[in-house]
Design a protein around this ligand. Sequence first.
Ligand code: NAP
Length: 332
Amino acid sequence: MRILITGSAGMLGHDVVAAAAAGGHETVARTRAQLDITDATAVEAAVSGARANVVVNCAAWTNVDDAQEAVDAAHAVNGAGAGNVARAAAAAGAWTIHVSTDYVFDGTKTEPYVESDPVAPQSVYGASKLQGERAVASAAPGRHTIVRSSWLFGTEGPCFPGTIMRLAAEREQLTVVSDQVGCPTFTGDLATALVELAAGAGDSPTGADESPARTADPPLGVLHVAGGGQCSWFEFAREIVARASLNCEVVPVTTAEFPRPAPRPAFSVLRSERGSLAPTLPAWQQGLARYMSARCAGGIATPVSSAGGVSGAAASRTSDPLAAPGMRMPSP
Ligand SMILES: NC(=O)c1ccc[n+]([C@@H]2O[C@H](COP(=O)([O-])OP(=O)(O)OC[C@H]3O[C@@H](n4cnc5c(N)ncnc54)[C@H](OP(=O)(O)O)[C@@H]3O)[C@@H](O)[C@H]2O)c1
């Protein structure tokens, strides 16, 4: 099977390329520099030229806080751009797997969010991702899967665990928000699930490759796929510090103490109501263990990140609300 991955240089995109290759599939990886998904003509040419069976769209505007100001740009990528990808895929006979987010919910529930729960994004980023979901469904009716995930962390980008480890090595104390609860998701685990979904995609439009054959269509519509369990950013940070054996106190604080430009859902735990159709990921602690092993194996020394709710600095990656006093966290 041949899989086209957009946004392939991103944290998730990189791992999807790796997981597809590991699964024996042919991959066509396109970075932003190679394919800007806001360029509908370029997307159409790239998708038809790739002769892919499945297109996995990992390209996105993920700077949550900046999106509050850059409204049109965020919507252009996450909304119209997602639609461009799905339209081109449908025209080429390929299935679209599109990645979305827990930020389409308002976070007022106290039970896990399932696929049929009403959406009510609170931020520009969330609204732009919801626009993307709708654009994909409209552009590729009957041939799309929208995978909502949450609190991604991985070795190929700035992320919360990397930031916590770096800051905890520098400081005696970190303050991290304890009133936002979600599902940390290791991109390695999510990427494997996305490729498994892709591998279920229906008959090949090309039939030309010798890589593993597809067996059936992936599930149509929205699927929630996130790390198992749930925790607050504070609990996540505490686990990271303990696993890294760092001598740093982690102190819980409230979101109100560290206001950010974009509101984050207070509770965005994702569960699936679609039974065996939705891949189940390992517990977030297992994902964290694999992330830390991969970091060691890859010799990652001091990753920088914008992450969840650490006091003071601007965290800009999708979920991360972290920063330390006086720090300016880099954008993803
Ligand atoms: N990170 C999270 O916590 C989280 C949580 C839930 C869902 N998600 C979703 O998961 C997906 C992957 O996110 P991620 O964490 O891997 O983000 P990421 O590391 O920021 O990757 C996104 C990639 O998309 C690229 N991109 C941006 N604009 C583009 C355009 N116009 N055309 C083509 N590529 C473009 C980026 O390139 P540049 O770096 O050059 O801009 C980057 O390589 C996204 O759909 C995101 O909304 C993320």
